[in-house]
Design a protein. Structure first.
Length: 202
C-alpha cells in the first residue's frame, strides 16, 4: 500500500480505474525502465494467436512474451506453456520480427531459445499461483501492478526468483555434440514434469 504524506498524517492512495489496453500501452512503452527489456511490438500475431507485447531480453539473448491478465484463471500456466511452445515451434516468425524491429541477426542459432520466457502481468494472482511460480525451471513469470491516482504506478515480480529459465534443459540444448533425439526426449520429459507439477499444486 502506498500513502501520500501531509504533514505527519498518511493517506492511502486511491486506485485508478484503467482499461487493459492502457496498462498494455504504459508497460510496452516503458519496458526498459520497468523490466529491463527491449520493446519489439504490440499485438504480434502467430498461428492465430495475438501476443499482447513481444519483448527481447538482451542479457539473456532471448525473446519474451508478455500477456496482460484480467483475472487469475485456472488455465494460467497452461496458457503460459502453450505460448512457450509457440516460441519453440515458430522460431522463424519470431526471429524475423526481432530482425525487423531491433536489427538482431536473422539467424535462429544465435538466439538462446532455452532462456525464453512468458510473463503474465495482472492484479489478482492467487496464493497457489504465487507458490507455484517459484518452481525452478518453469519458464513463466508473474508480475503484479497497481495504478494509483495522482500518477503513481507500481510493477513488482511475484515469487522469489528473478528470472524463470529452463535450467534443466539449458545444458542439453547448448551441447551441440548430443544427438538430436536425446535433446528432443529430454525436452519432452521436462515439459511433462512441469505439467505434472502444475496439476498437483494448482
Amino acid at each position: 500500500m502506498l500513502y501520500s504524506v501531509k504533514k505527519t498524517e498518511l493517506f492511502p492512495l486511491k486506485h485508478k480505474k484503467v482499461l487493459e489496453k492502457d496498462v498494455q500501452k504504459l508497460v510496452g512503452e516503458n519496458l526498459e525502465k520497468l523490466m529491463g527489456l527491449d520493446f519489439v511490438n504490440f499485438e504480434f500475431s502467430v498461428e492465430k494467436k495475438r501476443i499482447d507485447i513481444l519483448a527481447f531480453d538482451r542479457e539473456a539473448n532471448a525473446p519474451v512474451i508478455i500477456e496482460l491478465k484480467k483475472d487469475n484463471s485456472a488455465g494460467l500456466f497452461d496458457q503460459g506453456m502453450e505460448y512457450f511452445n509457440l516460441l519453440s515451434d515458430r522460431k522463424s516468425d519470431f526471429i524475423l520480427e526481432l530482425h525487423s524491429k531491433l536489427g538482431i541477426p536473422a539467424d535462429i542459432k544465435k538466439i538462446d531459445w532455452s532462456a525464453s520466457r512468458v510473463v503474465f502481468i495482472g492484479k489478482n494472482f492467487n496464493q497457489r499461483q504465487r507458490r507455484a511460480i517459484d518452481f525452478q525451471g518453469l519458464p513463466i513469470e508473474l508480475w503484479s501492478y497497481e495504478w494509483y491516482e495522482d500518477g503513481f504506478f507500481d510493477l513488482e515480480q511475484e515469487g522469489l526468483k528473478k528470472q524463470a529459465k529452463l535450467t534443466l534443459l539449458k545444458p542439453l540444448l547448448l551441447t551441440k555434440k548430443l544427438p538430436k533425439n536425446i535433446v528432443y526426449i529430454s525436452t519432452i520429459f521436462s515439459f511433462i514434469f512441469h505439467l505434472i507439477f502444475i496439476s498437483i499444486f494448482l
